[in-house]
Ligand binder design. Structure first.
Ligand code: 5AD
Ligand code: SF4
Length: 469
Protein backbone atom coordinates (compact mmCIF):
# COMPACT_ATOMS: atom_id res chain seq x y z
CA UNK A 1 0.00 0.00 0.00
CA UNK A 2 1.13 3.56 -0.72
CA UNK A 3 1.48 5.69 2.33
CA UNK A 4 0.11 9.16 2.01
CA UNK A 5 -1.64 10.67 5.02
CA UNK A 6 -4.11 13.54 5.13
CA UNK A 7 -5.15 14.62 8.61
CA UNK A 8 -7.62 17.35 9.52
CA UNK A 9 -8.24 18.64 13.01
CA UNK A 10 -11.29 20.27 14.60
CA UNK A 11 -11.27 21.53 18.16
CA UNK A 12 -8.89 22.55 20.90
CA UNK A 13 -5.12 22.50 21.31
CA UNK A 14 -5.34 19.06 22.88
CA UNK A 15 -6.68 17.81 19.54
CA UNK A 16 -4.00 19.64 17.59
CA UNK A 17 -1.43 17.86 19.74
CA UNK A 18 -3.15 14.49 19.30
CA UNK A 19 -3.10 14.93 15.52
CA UNK A 20 0.58 15.73 15.68
CA UNK A 21 1.24 12.57 17.69
CA UNK A 22 -0.78 10.35 15.36
CA UNK A 23 0.87 11.90 12.29
CA UNK A 24 4.26 11.40 13.89
CA UNK A 25 3.59 7.71 14.59
CA UNK A 26 2.57 7.23 10.94
CA UNK A 27 5.50 9.24 9.56
CA UNK A 28 7.78 6.89 11.46
CA UNK A 29 6.16 4.02 9.59
CA UNK A 30 6.99 5.56 6.23
CA UNK A 31 3.97 7.77 5.58
CA UNK A 32 4.25 11.20 4.06
CA UNK A 33 1.86 14.05 4.79
CA UNK A 34 -0.24 15.45 1.95
CA UNK A 35 -2.40 18.56 1.99
CA UNK A 36 -5.48 17.32 0.13
CA UNK A 37 -7.74 14.37 0.92
CA UNK A 38 -7.94 13.49 -2.79
CA UNK A 39 -4.22 12.68 -2.83
CA UNK A 40 -4.22 10.54 0.33
CA UNK A 41 -4.32 6.80 1.01
CA UNK A 42 -5.35 7.43 4.61
CA UNK A 43 -7.67 10.27 5.60
CA UNK A 44 -8.08 11.01 9.30
CA UNK A 45 -10.51 13.49 10.82
CA UNK A 46 -9.67 14.35 14.41
CA UNK A 47 -12.93 15.46 15.94
CA UNK A 48 -14.47 17.57 18.70
CA UNK A 49 -17.70 17.11 20.67
CA UNK A 50 -17.77 20.17 22.82
CA UNK A 51 -20.53 21.86 20.81
CA UNK A 52 -23.03 20.55 18.28
CA UNK A 53 -21.55 22.76 15.55
CA UNK A 54 -18.18 21.01 15.80
CA UNK A 55 -19.89 17.66 15.24
CA UNK A 56 -21.98 18.98 12.35
CA UNK A 57 -18.77 20.15 10.72
CA UNK A 58 -17.30 16.65 10.90
CA UNK A 59 -20.37 14.94 9.51
CA UNK A 60 -20.52 17.36 6.61
CA UNK A 61 -16.79 16.85 5.95
CA UNK A 62 -17.52 13.10 5.94
CA UNK A 63 -20.32 13.70 3.43
CA UNK A 64 -17.82 15.40 1.13
CA UNK A 65 -15.44 12.46 1.46
CA UNK A 66 -18.01 10.02 0.10
CA UNK A 67 -17.01 10.69 -3.49
CA UNK A 68 -13.31 10.26 -2.61
CA UNK A 69 -14.15 6.76 -1.42
CA UNK A 70 -16.26 6.06 -4.51
CA UNK A 71 -13.36 7.16 -6.65
CA UNK A 72 -10.81 5.16 -4.69
CA UNK A 73 -12.37 2.32 -2.64
CA UNK A 74 -8.97 1.46 -1.13
CA UNK A 75 -8.66 4.77 0.68
CA UNK A 76 -8.93 4.38 4.48
CA UNK A 77 -11.19 6.97 6.12
CA UNK A 78 -10.84 7.31 9.88
CA UNK A 79 -12.73 9.33 12.49
CA UNK A 80 -10.64 9.80 15.60
CA UNK A 81 -10.86 11.80 18.83
CA UNK A 82 -13.71 13.03 21.00
CA UNK A 83 -16.64 12.56 18.61
CA UNK A 84 -15.40 9.06 17.79
CA UNK A 85 -15.50 8.27 21.51
CA UNK A 86 -18.93 9.86 21.97
CA UNK A 87 -20.70 8.45 18.90
CA UNK A 88 -18.83 5.13 18.55
CA UNK A 89 -20.57 2.76 16.10
CA UNK A 90 -23.10 5.48 15.23
CA UNK A 91 -20.37 7.00 13.04
CA UNK A 92 -20.47 3.89 10.79
CA UNK A 93 -24.26 4.11 10.60
CA UNK A 94 -24.28 7.79 9.70
CA UNK A 95 -21.29 7.51 7.35
CA UNK A 96 -20.97 3.95 6.03
CA UNK A 97 -17.85 4.82 4.02
CA UNK A 98 -15.88 5.29 7.26
CA UNK A 99 -13.40 2.46 7.97
CA UNK A 100 -12.02 3.44 11.33
CA UNK A 101 -13.34 4.91 14.61
CA UNK A 102 -10.81 5.53 17.39
CA UNK A 103 -11.25 7.40 20.69
CA UNK A 104 -8.71 9.86 22.15
CA UNK A 105 -7.36 7.22 24.52
CA UNK A 106 -6.71 4.63 21.83
CA UNK A 107 -4.79 6.80 19.39
CA UNK A 108 -1.69 4.66 19.87
CA UNK A 109 -3.56 1.85 18.06
CA UNK A 110 -4.19 3.84 14.88
CA UNK A 111 -1.21 2.50 12.83
CA UNK A 112 -2.04 -1.18 13.58
CA UNK A 113 -5.75 -0.66 12.91
CA UNK A 114 -4.98 0.94 9.53
CA UNK A 115 -2.77 -2.02 8.68
CA UNK A 116 -5.57 -4.43 9.62
CA UNK A 117 -8.02 -2.56 7.38
CA UNK A 118 -5.52 -2.52 4.50
CA UNK A 119 -5.07 -6.28 4.98
CA UNK A 120 -8.80 -6.77 4.48
CA UNK A 121 -10.03 -7.08 8.08
CA UNK A 122 -12.92 -4.66 7.46
CA UNK A 123 -13.98 -1.64 9.53
CA UNK A 124 -12.28 -1.22 12.91
CA UNK A 125 -13.40 0.51 16.09
CA UNK A 126 -11.47 1.10 19.30
CA UNK A 127 -12.99 3.30 22.00
CA UNK A 128 -13.16 3.30 25.81
CA UNK A 129 -16.22 1.88 27.60
CA UNK A 130 -18.69 4.41 29.02
CA UNK A 131 -16.95 5.96 32.03
CA UNK A 132 -20.19 5.91 34.05
CA UNK A 133 -20.38 2.14 34.01
CA UNK A 134 -16.78 1.57 35.15
CA UNK A 135 -15.04 1.68 38.53
CA UNK A 136 -12.67 4.66 38.78
CA UNK A 137 -9.66 2.38 38.46
CA UNK A 138 -10.99 0.58 35.36
CA UNK A 139 -11.99 3.88 33.80
CA UNK A 140 -8.47 5.20 34.37
CA UNK A 141 -6.99 2.12 32.74
CA UNK A 142 -9.20 2.33 29.68
CA UNK A 143 -8.47 6.05 29.18
CA UNK A 144 -4.73 5.94 28.72
CA UNK A 145 -2.71 8.88 27.48
CA UNK A 146 -0.75 8.53 24.26
CA UNK A 147 2.37 10.64 24.21
CA UNK A 148 5.20 9.02 22.27
CA UNK A 149 8.31 10.88 21.14
CA UNK A 150 7.45 13.09 18.21
CA UNK A 151 9.16 13.34 14.86
CA UNK A 152 10.05 16.99 14.38
CA UNK A 153 8.48 16.96 10.87
CA UNK A 154 5.08 16.25 12.44
CA UNK A 155 5.22 19.58 14.31
CA UNK A 156 3.92 22.61 12.46
CA UNK A 157 6.83 24.74 13.74
CA UNK A 158 10.19 23.88 15.30
CA UNK A 159 9.95 26.85 17.64
CA UNK A 160 6.60 25.92 19.21
CA UNK A 161 5.56 22.74 20.94
CA UNK A 162 2.66 21.55 23.02
CA UNK A 163 3.33 19.11 25.80
CA UNK A 164 0.51 17.32 27.58
CA UNK A 165 0.94 17.23 31.33
CA UNK A 166 -2.48 15.87 32.21
CA UNK A 167 -5.16 13.87 30.55
CA UNK A 168 -8.92 13.92 31.15
CA UNK A 169 -11.06 15.84 33.63
CA UNK A 170 -12.88 15.07 36.89
CA UNK A 171 -14.74 18.35 37.27
CA UNK A 172 -17.95 17.35 35.50
CA UNK A 173 -19.25 20.85 34.85
CA UNK A 174 -22.84 20.08 33.98
CA UNK A 175 -22.70 21.39 30.38
CA UNK A 176 -19.47 19.68 29.42
CA UNK A 177 -18.87 16.48 27.48
CA UNK A 178 -15.10 16.42 28.07
CA UNK A 179 -15.02 14.23 31.23
CA UNK A 180 -16.93 11.48 29.44
CA UNK A 181 -14.92 11.54 26.21
CA UNK A 182 -11.45 12.22 27.62
CA UNK A 183 -11.85 10.15 30.79
CA UNK A 184 -10.60 10.58 34.36
CA UNK A 185 -8.01 13.18 35.28
CA UNK A 186 -4.52 11.67 35.15
CA UNK A 187 -1.25 13.57 35.50
CA UNK A 188 1.85 12.50 33.63
CA UNK A 189 5.01 11.72 35.60
CA UNK A 190 7.18 14.79 36.12
CA UNK A 191 10.34 13.02 34.86
CA UNK A 192 8.63 12.08 31.62
CA UNK A 193 7.50 15.68 31.00
CA UNK A 194 10.99 16.94 31.87
CA UNK A 195 12.57 14.53 29.38
CA UNK A 196 10.12 15.51 26.64
CA UNK A 197 10.73 19.24 27.09
CA UNK A 198 14.51 18.69 27.15
CA UNK A 199 14.34 16.75 23.88
CA UNK A 200 12.25 19.48 22.25
CA UNK A 201 14.65 22.17 23.52
CA UNK A 202 17.64 20.26 22.14
CA UNK A 203 15.94 19.98 18.74
CA UNK A 204 15.19 23.72 18.74
CA UNK A 205 18.77 24.60 19.76
CA UNK A 206 20.15 22.45 16.97
CA UNK A 207 17.96 24.34 14.49
CA UNK A 208 18.93 27.69 16.01
CA UNK A 209 15.41 28.71 17.05
CA UNK A 210 13.93 29.84 20.37
CA UNK A 211 11.47 27.32 21.79
CA UNK A 212 8.08 28.10 23.29
CA UNK A 213 6.43 25.22 25.12
CA UNK A 214 2.74 25.23 26.03
CA UNK A 215 1.83 22.75 28.74
CA UNK A 216 -1.63 21.33 28.18
CA UNK A 217 -4.27 20.02 30.51
CA UNK A 218 -8.06 20.40 30.73
CA UNK A 219 -7.49 21.76 34.25
CA UNK A 220 -3.75 22.24 33.95
CA UNK A 221 -3.31 23.89 37.34
CA UNK A 222 -4.61 20.83 39.18
CA UNK A 223 -1.51 18.93 37.99
CA UNK A 224 -0.38 16.61 40.74
CA UNK A 225 2.32 13.98 40.67
CA UNK A 226 3.01 11.80 43.71
CA UNK A 227 6.35 10.10 44.06
CA UNK A 228 8.15 8.70 47.12
CA UNK A 229 5.76 10.31 49.60
CA UNK A 230 6.14 13.72 47.97
CA UNK A 231 3.57 15.59 45.91
CA UNK A 232 4.59 17.80 43.02
CA UNK A 233 2.23 20.43 41.67
CA UNK A 234 2.25 22.73 38.67
CA UNK A 235 4.39 25.35 40.46
CA UNK A 236 7.04 22.65 41.13
CA UNK A 237 6.90 21.42 37.56
CA UNK A 238 7.32 24.95 36.21
CA UNK A 239 10.32 25.51 38.49
CA UNK A 240 11.91 22.34 37.19
CA UNK A 241 11.30 23.11 33.51
CA UNK A 242 12.34 26.75 33.79
CA UNK A 243 16.00 25.75 34.04
CA UNK A 244 16.07 23.84 30.75
CA UNK A 245 18.63 25.24 28.35
CA UNK A 246 17.25 26.17 24.94
CA UNK A 247 13.77 26.76 26.32
CA UNK A 248 12.71 30.39 25.83
CA UNK A 249 9.08 30.55 26.96
CA UNK A 250 6.76 28.40 28.99
CA UNK A 251 2.96 28.72 29.00
CA UNK A 252 0.19 26.56 30.40
CA UNK A 253 -3.52 26.18 29.57
CA UNK A 254 -6.35 25.79 30.65
CA UNK A 255 -6.64 26.85 34.28
CA UNK A 256 -9.45 26.06 36.68
CA UNK A 257 -10.26 29.12 38.84
CA UNK A 258 -10.33 27.27 42.17
CA UNK A 259 -6.79 25.93 41.72
CA UNK A 260 -5.18 29.29 41.02
CA UNK A 261 -3.10 29.15 44.19
CA UNK A 262 -0.76 31.83 45.52
CA UNK A 263 2.28 29.61 45.09
CA UNK A 264 1.43 29.12 41.41
CA UNK A 265 1.08 32.89 40.90
CA UNK A 266 4.39 33.40 42.72
CA UNK A 267 6.01 30.83 40.41
CA UNK A 268 4.72 32.71 37.35
CA UNK A 269 6.09 35.94 38.83
CA UNK A 270 9.49 34.56 39.82
CA UNK A 271 10.41 32.12 37.06
CA UNK A 272 11.96 34.03 34.15
CA UNK A 273 10.73 31.78 31.35
CA UNK A 274 7.11 31.44 32.46
CA UNK A 275 4.85 33.78 30.49
CA UNK A 276 2.60 36.11 32.51
CA UNK A 277 -0.38 34.84 30.56
CA UNK A 278 -3.24 33.07 32.31
CA UNK A 279 -6.27 31.55 30.61
CA UNK A 280 -8.82 31.07 33.42
CA UNK A 281 -12.38 30.53 32.12
CA UNK A 282 -15.10 32.12 34.26
CA UNK A 283 -18.03 30.80 32.13
CA UNK A 284 -20.57 33.13 33.80
CA UNK A 285 -20.83 36.09 36.16
CA UNK A 286 -24.08 34.92 37.79
CA UNK A 287 -24.02 32.77 40.93
CA UNK A 288 -27.27 31.07 39.97
CA UNK A 289 -25.85 30.04 36.58
CA UNK A 290 -22.46 29.06 38.03
CA UNK A 291 -24.35 26.89 40.54
CA UNK A 292 -26.32 25.12 37.81
CA UNK A 293 -23.09 24.70 35.87
CA UNK A 294 -21.50 23.18 39.02
CA UNK A 295 -18.38 25.26 38.52
CA UNK A 296 -17.54 25.20 42.23
CA UNK A 297 -17.09 28.95 42.78
CA UNK A 298 -19.17 32.13 42.96
CA UNK A 299 -18.68 35.21 40.81
CA UNK A 300 -17.33 36.95 43.94
CA UNK A 301 -14.74 34.22 44.43
CA UNK A 302 -13.70 34.50 40.79
CA UNK A 303 -13.31 38.27 41.22
CA UNK A 304 -11.20 37.71 44.34
CA UNK A 305 -9.00 35.36 42.34
CA UNK A 306 -8.61 38.06 39.67
CA UNK A 307 -7.61 40.56 42.37
CA UNK A 308 -4.95 38.14 43.62
CA UNK A 309 -3.62 37.71 40.07
CA UNK A 310 -3.47 41.50 39.56
CA UNK A 311 -1.71 42.03 42.90
CA UNK A 312 0.98 39.40 42.22
CA UNK A 313 1.25 39.89 38.46
CA UNK A 314 0.21 43.45 37.58
CA UNK A 315 1.29 43.06 33.95
CA UNK A 316 -0.22 39.64 33.33
CA UNK A 317 -2.66 39.07 30.48
CA UNK A 318 -5.70 37.17 31.71
CA UNK A 319 -8.11 35.55 29.26
CA UNK A 320 -11.42 33.80 29.82
CA UNK A 321 -14.20 31.72 28.32
CA UNK A 322 -17.90 32.49 28.72
CA UNK A 323 -21.02 30.55 27.82
CA UNK A 324 -24.15 32.60 27.07
CA UNK A 325 -27.68 31.24 27.05
CA UNK A 326 -27.08 28.38 29.46
CA UNK A 327 -30.31 26.77 30.73
CA UNK A 328 -32.62 29.26 32.52
CA UNK A 329 -30.18 32.18 32.06
CA UNK A 330 -32.24 35.35 32.66
CA UNK A 331 -31.47 38.81 31.38
CA UNK A 332 -30.32 39.66 34.91
CA UNK A 333 -27.94 36.68 34.94
CA UNK A 334 -26.56 37.81 31.61
CA UNK A 335 -26.06 41.36 32.87
CA UNK A 336 -24.00 39.95 35.73
CA UNK A 337 -21.81 38.19 33.16
CA UNK A 338 -21.50 41.42 31.18
CA UNK A 339 -20.42 43.19 34.39
CA UNK A 340 -17.75 40.55 35.00
CA UNK A 341 -16.44 40.97 31.45
CA UNK A 342 -16.34 44.75 31.98
CA UNK A 343 -14.60 44.56 35.35
CA UNK A 344 -12.34 41.61 34.52
CA UNK A 345 -10.26 43.54 31.94
CA UNK A 346 -9.46 40.34 30.08
CA UNK A 347 -6.98 40.47 27.24
CA UNK A 348 -9.58 38.53 25.30
CA UNK A 349 -12.47 36.18 25.96
CA UNK A 350 -13.83 33.29 23.98
CA UNK A 351 -17.61 33.48 24.00
CA UNK A 352 -19.82 30.51 23.19
CA UNK A 353 -23.53 29.99 22.83
CA UNK A 354 -24.66 27.12 25.02
CA UNK A 355 -25.02 23.89 23.08
CA UNK A 356 -26.79 21.02 24.86
CA UNK A 357 -24.65 17.88 24.79
CA UNK A 358 -26.53 14.59 25.16
CA UNK A 359 -25.12 12.60 28.06
CA UNK A 360 -24.25 15.63 30.17
CA UNK A 361 -26.08 16.49 33.40
CA UNK A 362 -27.35 19.79 32.03
CA UNK A 363 -28.87 18.10 28.98
CA UNK A 364 -30.58 15.56 31.25
CA UNK A 365 -31.74 17.88 34.04
CA UNK A 366 -32.39 21.31 32.55
CA UNK A 367 -34.27 22.58 29.59
CA UNK A 368 -32.26 24.35 26.88
CA UNK A 369 -34.79 27.16 27.13
CA UNK A 370 -32.98 30.28 25.97
CA UNK A 371 -34.10 30.91 22.38
CA UNK A 372 -31.40 30.92 19.70
CA UNK A 373 -31.91 34.59 18.83
CA UNK A 374 -31.48 35.56 22.49
CA UNK A 375 -28.29 33.49 22.68
CA UNK A 376 -27.04 35.22 19.55
CA UNK A 377 -27.81 38.69 20.87
CA UNK A 378 -26.11 38.00 24.21
CA UNK A 379 -23.13 36.54 22.37
CA UNK A 380 -22.78 39.67 20.22
CA UNK A 381 -23.29 42.01 23.15
CA UNK A 382 -20.59 40.29 25.19
CA UNK A 383 -18.23 40.25 22.21
CA UNK A 384 -18.70 43.99 21.71
CA UNK A 385 -17.90 44.68 25.38
CA UNK A 386 -14.86 42.42 25.28
CA UNK A 387 -13.55 43.84 21.99
CA UNK A 388 -13.69 47.39 23.32
CA UNK A 389 -11.74 46.25 26.39
CA UNK A 390 -9.22 44.31 24.30
CA UNK A 391 -8.53 47.45 22.32
CA UNK A 392 -8.22 49.58 25.46
CA UNK A 393 -5.86 47.05 27.02
CA UNK A 394 -3.69 46.99 23.88
CA UNK A 395 -3.46 50.76 23.48
CA UNK A 396 -0.87 51.44 26.24
CA UNK A 397 1.54 49.21 24.30
CA UNK A 398 1.80 51.75 21.50
CA UNK A 399 5.28 53.26 21.59
CA UNK A 400 6.67 50.43 23.71
CA UNK A 401 9.22 47.89 22.53
CA UNK A 402 8.23 44.31 23.20
CA UNK A 403 9.94 40.98 22.65
CA UNK A 404 8.22 38.99 19.92
CA UNK A 405 8.66 35.31 19.17
CA UNK A 406 8.28 35.25 15.40
CA UNK A 407 5.91 32.55 14.16
CA UNK A 408 6.49 33.18 10.45
CA UNK A 409 4.94 35.00 7.48
CA UNK A 410 1.36 36.13 8.12
CA UNK A 411 -1.36 34.22 6.29
CA UNK A 412 -2.02 37.05 3.85
CA UNK A 413 1.63 37.35 2.88
CA UNK A 414 2.33 33.63 2.70
CA UNK A 415 1.43 33.19 -0.93
CA UNK A 416 3.47 36.08 -2.22
CA UNK A 417 6.91 35.71 -0.70
CA UNK A 418 10.04 34.37 -2.26
CA UNK A 419 12.73 32.96 0.01
CA UNK A 420 14.84 35.66 1.66
CA UNK A 421 12.46 38.50 0.81
CA UNK A 422 11.02 40.89 3.34
CA UNK A 423 7.46 40.10 4.17
CA UNK A 424 4.72 40.65 6.72
CA UNK A 425 5.62 38.55 9.75
CA UNK A 426 3.44 37.52 12.65
CA UNK A 427 4.55 36.66 16.16
CA UNK A 428 3.50 36.86 19.78
CA UNK A 429 4.52 38.84 22.83
CA UNK A 430 5.24 37.06 26.08
CA UNK A 431 1.59 37.81 27.04
CA UNK A 432 0.28 36.05 23.95
CA UNK A 433 -0.55 39.24 22.05
CA UNK A 434 -0.37 38.95 18.27
CA UNK A 435 2.10 41.31 16.61
CA UNK A 436 2.37 41.95 12.87
CA UNK A 437 5.42 43.67 11.39
CA UNK A 438 7.57 43.80 8.29
CA UNK A 439 10.80 41.81 8.30
CA UNK A 440 12.90 39.13 6.63
CA UNK A 441 11.52 35.61 6.70
CA UNK A 442 14.62 34.26 8.40
CA UNK A 443 13.48 35.88 11.64
CA UNK A 444 11.04 32.96 11.98
CA UNK A 445 11.65 31.22 15.30
CA UNK A 446 13.68 34.13 16.71
CA UNK A 447 13.00 36.46 19.62
CA UNK A 448 12.95 39.96 18.14
CA UNK A 449 12.42 43.39 19.77
CA UNK A 450 9.55 45.15 18.01
CA UNK A 451 8.31 48.69 18.65
CA UNK A 452 4.53 48.87 18.60
CA UNK A 453 3.10 51.64 16.41
CA UNK A 454 -0.61 50.82 16.29
CA UNK A 455 -3.00 48.70 18.34
CA UNK A 456 -6.30 47.09 17.40
CA UNK A 457 -8.47 44.77 19.51
CA UNK A 458 -6.86 41.61 18.16
CA UNK A 459 -3.54 42.68 16.67
CA UNK A 460 -0.63 44.98 17.41
CA UNK A 461 1.28 46.49 14.49
CA UNK A 462 4.94 47.34 14.86
CA UNK A 463 8.38 47.62 13.35
CA UNK A 464 11.72 46.06 14.19
CA UNK A 465 13.92 48.19 16.40
CA UNK A 466 16.90 48.06 14.05
CA UNK A 467 14.69 48.90 11.08
CA UNK A 468 15.44 45.54 9.40
CA UNK A 469 12.84 44.92 6.78
N1 5AD B 1 -21.80 24.61 25.04
C1 5AD B 1 -21.12 25.76 24.78
N2 5AD B 1 -19.85 25.95 25.15
C2 5AD B 1 -19.22 24.96 25.83
N3 5AD B 1 -17.99 24.87 26.32
C3 5AD B 1 -17.85 23.65 26.90
N4 5AD B 1 -18.99 22.95 26.77
C4 5AD B 1 -19.87 23.74 26.12
C5 5AD B 1 -21.23 23.60 25.71
N5 5AD B 1 -21.91 22.48 25.96
C6 5AD B 1 -17.02 25.96 26.27
C7 5AD B 1 -16.52 26.38 27.65
C8 5AD B 1 -15.13 25.86 27.68
C9 5AD B 1 -14.73 25.95 26.22
C10 5AD B 1 -13.55 25.13 25.83
O1 5AD B 1 -15.88 25.52 25.55
O2 5AD B 1 -16.52 27.78 27.73
O3 5AD B 1 -14.27 26.60 28.53
FE1 SF4 C 1 -15.25 20.63 30.85
FE2 SF4 C 1 -15.42 21.77 33.29
FE3 SF4 C 1 -13.57 19.85 32.80
FE4 SF4 C 1 -13.30 22.28 31.69
S1 SF4 C 1 -13.25 21.83 33.91
S2 SF4 C 1 -13.03 20.27 30.65
S3 SF4 C 1 -15.42 22.85 31.30
S4 SF4 C 1 -15.78 19.59 32.80
Amino acid sequence: MDKRLYIETVGCQMNVLDSELVASALLERGYELVDRPGRADVILLNTCSVRQRAEDKVYSALGRLKHVKEHNPLVVIGVIGCMAQKDGPLVFRRAPHVDLVVGPSQLGQVPELIEAIAAGAGPQIDISPDRKGESHRDAKRSFLPFDPNRAIEARPAAHQAMVRIMFGCDKFCTYCIVPSVRGPEQSRPMDEIDREVRRLAEQASRLGVALEVTLLGQTVNSYQWRDGGQTWRLADLLARLDGIEGLARLKFVTNYPRHMTDDLLAAVRDLPKVSPYLHVPAQSGSDAVLGRMKRGYTAGEYREMLDRIRRTLPDAAVTSDFIVGFCCETEEDFQRTAALVRDGRFKNSFIFKYSARPGTKAAEQYEDDVPEDVKRRRNNELLAIQNAISEEENRPLVGRTVEVLVEGPSKTSLKRVEAGESTQLVGRTVCDRIVVFQGPQDLTGQLVPVTIRKAGAFTLFGETVDGRQ
